[in-house]
Design a protein around this ligand. Structure first.
Ligand SMILES: [Mn+2]
Length: 298
């Protein structure tokens, strides 16, 4: 019986202690662990510690560099321990840079990391070009080594480079192509497996099968990363950077359920829920319902 190990990483790459930083606590209060326990044996290994995130841009152009490096190291250790013990980690952010620790752990334990990246944004801005300075704009580009930052603190992108290879990566659901074009930021489209929200519509099952099979040719074990802003704003509004378009809950649930049933899937991260934008907790409850529905039954 697979054990699901819940790991919280309430990191907000804006260098703040509120917003997405509060998601692990809010989702636990909304019943996350019980929802997992209804389907699997579950262990809650608590939250990763990383010191105080400060809203100051460092030499790399990123905010909260020190806390970022500490968070990546902490996630790497906790996720690697879970994987080595045979559990399936469910990593609850925070925002998307928690993925860097998960990918490093995947490589530590399995020898290589693959990735199904489900996100409304490509997250491959060069740090110096990011208008926000948030590592959450940048983590996928840094992991792939297609962007770089001068004087990035060691440990933010665990070496040797690249942490992740393009042929072991698939992007599902990004819809920020027009914004990237406007800011002259290179899109990842064309360099790896890629399907926008519109391209997924009506063909979720075929897309997941094709994306996973492609990734598995280079990396038999891979990580599933879900940034909840892949959803349409009408489905989930409690996110910091809404955009037009996006998936329905039904589409994301189908996508996630199919991905989690593939033997290559080694762990799952869930990011970007901002409980401060959800005062009555209804959206947090909806996320918990999604987790329960997407998990395979015992
Ligand atoms: Mn993201």
């Amino acid at each position: 019986m697979t054990v699901i190990e819940v790991v919280g990483a309430g990191f907000n790459s804006a260098g703040r202690g509120d917003g997405v930083a509060r998601a692990p606590g809010a989702l636990r209060r909304a019943g996350l662990v019980a929802a997992v326990a209804a389907r699997h044996d579950v262990r809650d290994s608590g939250d990763v510690a990383f010191g105080e995130a400060v809203p100051e841009r460092g030499a790399s152009g990123l905010l909260a560099e020190r806390a970022l490096a500490a968070m990546v190291g902490g996630v790497r250790r906790k996720v690697a321990a879970a994987l080595a013990g045979g559990a399936v980690p469910l990593l609850v952010g925070g925002d998307c840079p928690v993925l860097l620790g998960a990918l490093a752990a995947c490589r530590d334990v399995h020898g290589a990391a693959g990735l199904l990246f489900v996100d409304g944004h490509e997250d491959a801005w060069p740090p110096a070009a990011s208008t926000t300075g948030e590592a959450a704009d940048c983590e996928l580009g840094l992991a792939l080594g297609v962007t770089a930052a001068a004087s990035l603190p060691s440990g933010v992108v665990p070496g040797p480079a690249p942490l992740l290879r393009a042929e072991a990566t698939a992007l599902l659901g990004p819809r920020d192509g027009a914004d990237l074009l406007e800011h002259r930021v290179a899109s990842l489209r064309g360099s790896l497996w890629f399907a926008t929200d519109r391209e997924l519509a009506g063909r979720v099952a075929e897309s997941v099968a094709d994306a996973a099979a492609t990734v598995e040719r280079s990396a038999p074990r891979w990580w599933l990363h879900v940034d909840l802003d892949v959803l349409a704003t009408g489905e989930l509004a409690a996110v910091d950077y809404p955009q037009p378009g996006g998936l329905t809950w039904a589409e994301l649930t189908e996508l996630t359920a199919l991905a989690l049933r593939r033997p290559g899937c080694t762990g799952w991260s869930l990011t970007i829920y901002n409980p401060d934008l959800d005062p009555d907790g209804r959206q947090g409850a909806r996320i918990v319902r999604y987790v329960g529905e997407a998990l395979p039954s015992r």
